[in-house]
Design a protein around this ligand. Structure first.
Ligand code: SF4
Length: 223
């Protein structure tokens, strides 16, 4: 059976849920035109899993890094390291210069962090959605309460969201890195469980260091 945009979400989830994360990715790329698939990565502490999978299944597929202008140097180094090791086709995108400058001048990460994420992440990503049907995301259910209900396929605003590793546990993640000898973002060894922008990331388990002490847990890209 081939993938159809009209296929019922329940049926899609039934077909993909019994598969391993790698088999889910393989099936998606065998059932849908690759040009219709959007893949982004933050090059954070769990990103290497999906990046490793795509390097095996569709090594030339474009992987977009939404560069906010506030990323850690360690993350940019990690991007280079993974590109070399896995042979990834990485494309960096970001907000228009004048919009990004507005966030710098107004320190929006302090005073209007939703606007800051919108300009530097969400709006920049929206440009990538044109002509795509599906967006692959590396969300993990165990990382925070907002993600508990997520299934492999979820409807998005414009694109169907695909979460092939959503049910991996912390142990599965650790095992995957070990089995495939994947390098880790150096910030992980400094105590950062999750990594975003310098202004909004502190040390902590899983995602507890993201927007710490603020009423925010997600950037708005995926949830
Ligand atoms: S994570 Fe912080 S610095 Fe980065 S875009 Fe969002 S509010 Fe701005």
């Amino acid at each position: 059976m081939k993938f159809s945009k009209q296929e019922n979400l329940v049926r899609l989830n039934e077909r993909y849920t019994p598969l391993s994360p790698l088999k889910r990715m393989e099936r998606l790329f065998s059932e849908i035109d690759h040009d219709r698939i959007l893949m982004t990565s933050s090059f954070g502490t769990t990103s290497a899993i999906l990046l490793h999978m795509i390097s095996k299944i569709a090594p030339q597929h474009q992987v977009y890094l939404v560069s906010t202008g506030y990323l850690f140097n360690e993350t940019l180094q990690y991007k280079k390291e993974l590109k070399k090791k896995l042979g990834l086709n990485i494309v960096e995108v970001g907000a228009k210069e004048n919009k990004h400058r507005f966030t710098q001048e107004n320190q929006t990460w302090k005073y209007q962090n939703d606007l800051c994420c919108f300009i530097n992440k969400v709006d920049a990503t929206n440009q990538l959605k044109k002509g795509k049907d599906i967006w692959i995301s590396g969300l993990l259910r165990f990382q925070n309460a907002n993600r508990q209900h997520l299934r492999i396929f979820e409807p998005g605003n414009e694109l169907l969201k695909f979460h092939p590793i959503i049910d991996m546990t912390a142990e599965d993640v650790s095992l995957y890195f070990t089995i495939y000898d994947l390098p880790q973002n150096k910030l992980y060894y400094q105590g950062y469980g999750s990594v975003g922008c310098t202004h909004c990331t502190e040390k902590g388990d899983q995602r507890e260091g993201r927007w710490l002490s603020r009423q925010k847990t997600e950037c708005g890209l995926h949830l």
